[in-house]
Design a protein around this ligand. Structure first.
Ligand SMILES: C[S@@+](CC[C@H](N)C(=O)[O-])C[C@H]1O[C@@H](n2cnc3c(N)ncnc32)[C@H](O)[C@@H]1O
Length: 156
């Protein structure tokens, strides 16, 4: 199952961008034997600054056809890392080829796009900057793959 992060705004060279690449590479390597990945990121840009609706249209175009859609949203479901790993395993086992994670911009995800989502995950009730949410998601994907593989990375 391929994984796509659909995000708003281009991250310039930065520690966050390096971390995302590093975790997504690690996820791809760890996930190979698990039929998970690779994972890539598509950054969309609302160059004319038309707002959340325009962003939602760009994000929708970045989602692969037929993909299972999971938004990242503070109103979504809070889960532990092992629960996230198990959910990832269920999505993989459902036979879907693509899983798209959607992370909104400064104003969040337009309600129409939120309504199209199959699932929504929250990293807690606090609102985080989108570039940190990207890093956190990339790390959780890698962590989930190590949990499914029975590796030592995740410790309680
Ligand atoms: C700065 S936040 C936007 C907040 C906006 N006020 C809203 O209502 O969604 C940018 C994006 O980061 C993600 N995000 C922020 N906090 C989050 C959290 N606690 N859990 C999951 N995703 C979060 C969401 O995708 C959000 O659209």
């Amino acid at each position: 199952m391929r994984v796509q992060l659909c995000t708003v705004g281009r991250l310039r060279a930065s520690p966050e961008r390096d971390l995302i690449r590093d975790y997504l590479d690690r996820f791809a390597k760890q996930g190979r034997a698990l039929a998970l990945g690779p994972a890539s990121e598509i950054e969309v840009e609302d160059k004319k600054n038309l707002g959340m609706e325009a962003e939602a249209q760009l994000l929708s175009r970045a989602i692969p056809p037929g993909a299972l859609i999971c938004t990242l949203d503070e109103r979504g479901q809070v889960m532990s890392s092992p629960e996230f790993a198990a959910q990832l395993g269920r999505w993989r086992d459902s036979g879907r080829q693509d899983l798209a994670f959607v992370i909104g911009g400064a104003d969040g995800i337009h309600p129409d796009l939120r309504a199209k989502a199959d699932f929504s995950i929250s990293f807690g009730r606090m609102v985080w900057p989108h570039m940190l949410v990207r890093v956190m998601l990339a790390e959780q994907l890698y962590r989930a793959a190590t949990i499914l593989a029975g590796g030592p990375y995740h410790r309680l």
